[in-house]
Design a protein around this ligand. Sequence first.
Ligand SMILES: C[S@@+](CC[C@H](N)C(=O)[O-])C[C@H]1O[C@@H](n2cnc3c(N)ncnc32)[C@H](O)[C@@H]1O
Length: 345
Amino acid sequence: MSETTATAPAGAVPAQPGPAEVTDAAPGGEHMDAATSGEPGRFEAIAGAGPVVRLGERATLRLREGAPEEPARYAPEWLELRESADAAARSHDLLDPLRIRLANLPGRPGGLVVHDLGCGTGSMGRWLAPRLDGAQHWVLHDRDPYLLHFAAVASPRVAADGSRVTVETRRGDVARLTPDALTGASLVTASALLDVLTREEIDTLAEACTGAGCPALLTLSVAGRVEFGTPHPLDAELTEAFNAHQRRGGMLGPGAVDAACEAFSERGATVKVNPSPWRLGPDERALTEQWLRGWVGAAVEERPALAGPAETYLADRLAACAAGDLRVVLHHSDLLALARPAGGR
Ligand SMILES: C[S@@+](CC[C@H](N)C(=O)[O-])C[C@H]1O[C@@H](n2cnc3c(N)ncnc32)[C@H](O)[C@@H]1O
């Protein structure tokens, strides 16, 4: 599956993006253009910020116009913006059963081997590695080499008990993972990935994990529900349109967690799902603003007839956000799948 493998030292994520292929792209990306219909900027979000397709999060950049089959890319600025909200949202209750499973694995001289699928800039590892005991080697997978670079330089160094954490990066398509690719793996993780996969891709992932007898912690999948502190009559229609937008091209969007539960259970794994909502308020204004722009933009792209009322809606919501008066809960789910250990352990 992988194209390249590299090891890298830990360090800090650069504050600014480097490669021009990301920064050169038009703000808002191609998905926004349809929504804005001649008035660019109305629903504009960070270029490559996912707000445009998935709960703020499917990427909007394409490296070459006119190459629709080329996967869209995610902006590191967007991933950085959401990292603290993700960390606050993650379900801690899934960690104890996971720790028990990991503690029962046969001892391995190098410690745990963790594969993080669709790692982006590596936020999952920065959150999880310091919460697990023992030496760890993280294999960071993504198809975007630019994001893999960010992930490598900002990787975690130290486990909960002070043991060493090392990383390597692997470029490739995680939707084609095989059990062989997970040979020797102690754990598979993913964050904000499941909902951009198709049913077939989730089956492939479940097959790979259960085939390798490897537990999987698959976090922050969108649930398709949004609750505003102050409800508005347009909330439900925008939510519905946004959710429909997320299902484009066969992606599962808000149906991903149910599909993953089914796929892992059918293959003999024990599955547990916990809520992991973003709870956004005045302290998360920058994230809320970007998410709102993308969320409304995607909904309008899906249903262009919403453009007029959505523009007023967005202006009102952004004004409330700027004033520190906007509160919104975006529902996500975290899933832990404990496969039967390979070889009957
Ligand atoms: C929403 S971002 C999440 C990134 C990171 N896990 C986080 O939580 O910040 C989704 C990531 O998955 C990667 N991705 C999506 N589909 C992929 C695939 N089929 N193969 C490899 N990477 C993929 C994207 O490049 C992106 O980095």
